[in-house]
Each structure stands twice: as structure tokens, then as C-alpha cells.
Design a protein around this ligand. Structure first.
Ligand code: FES
Length: 163
């Protein structure tokens, strides 16, 4: 594993207790630093925190916020919950997936954008809702989403690292 990769991890694990209580926070920091949870890194986290590897993977798989697959520079989450569904989310989701030639959970070939679907973002009255790089956009339409994606692909990614 590259030295830079290990340096990042050393800084994340610095001053952490050897305990499963630290696990979720460490995984959040790892995902913020690497943009996903690389297997090699999870193995080191398991050793350093003295948490069984199976428990590390259980937590990593349980929370939708974590991903074991690399993501693009930008993350677009489209709500496909009931309220957003009846307000047209499937229509603009299908169009955007076709335009970008990806399926939900995949990343565009240029590694710019990952599109994921979620069941409810807790803002049903404002639906359809999408979240791009952590920012919520309400009353989404196909045209608004297309414009948002076009604008985003020209911008550098914001760090998704937790503060
Ligand atoms: S169903 Fe989309 S925010 Fe609740």
C-alpha cells in the first residue's frame, strides 16, 4: 500500500482507543479521506482498533452512508421514496441515468459523478428531493437536475470529510 495512503490512515487512527466504540467515527473519517472504504484500509483499522474484521465489515455494510466501492468526485443521491416517487422522481432519474449511461450505484466513466438512490431523506413535503455533495435540492425536475449535473461536473469536488 502506498505511503501516502498509510499516512492518511495514521492521522485518522492517531489518539484512538482500541475499542469498537471508535469504529463508526473512524469509518466516517476513512470514507471522508478515501471517498470510500478500501478493503486494505479496513483490515488495518481492524488490527489497530482490535475489532474483529467481520465486525468492521458488518458495520460498513449496515450503514447506507458507507460504501465499499469507489465513488466519483461528486455524489448525487436521488430519493425514490413514496412521496418523491409519486411526484416524478422515477422520470428524471431514468432520464439522467440514460444521459450519463450508468445504473444506480454506479459512477460515470470519467469518474466525476456517482448516482445512488435512497428511500427517504426526511423532507417528503419538498419532494422530489436530490442531494448533491451533501446539499439538498427540493422540487426537482428533469431540467433542473440536468442543469445541476452540468454545472457540477465543471466544478472541483468539495471534500466530504466530516468536520
Ligand atoms: S420520500 Fe423523498 S424525502 Fe421522503
Amino acid at each position: 500500500m502506498k505511503v501516502m495512503v498509510l499516512k492518511k490512515l495514521d492521522s485518522i487512527l492517531k489518539n484512538r482507543k482500541k475499542s469498537s466504540c471508535e469504529l463508526i467515527e473512524v469509518l466516517q473519517d476513512v470514507q471522508g479521506a478515501y471517498n470510500y472504504l478500501p478493503e486494505e484500509v479496513l483490515r488495518i483499522v481492524s488490527e489497530r482498533l482490535e475489532v474483529p474484521l467481520i465486525e468492521v465489515f458488518r458495520v460498513a455494510n449496515f450503514y447506507k452512508a458507507f460504501t465499499l466501492k469507489p465513488r466519483g468526485k461528486h455524489l448525487l443521491m436521488v430519493c425514490t421514496g413514496t412521496a418523491c416517487h409519486v411526484r416524478g422522481a422515477p422520470k428524471f432519474l431514468d432520464e439522467v441515468l440514460g444521459l450519463l449511461n450508468v445504473k444506480p450505484g454506479e459512477t460515470t466513466k470519467d469518474n466525476e459523478l456517482t448516482i445512488e438512490t435512497v428511500n427517504c431523506l426526511g423532507a417528503c413535503a419538498l419532494g422530489p428531493i436530490v442531494v448533491l455533495d451533501g446539499k439538498y435540492y427540493d422540487h426537482m425536475t428533469t431540467g433542473k437536475l440536468r442543469a445541476l449535473i452540468q454545472k457540477t461536473r465543471k466544478k472541483p469536488a468539495k471534500s466530504r470529510k466530516r468536520k
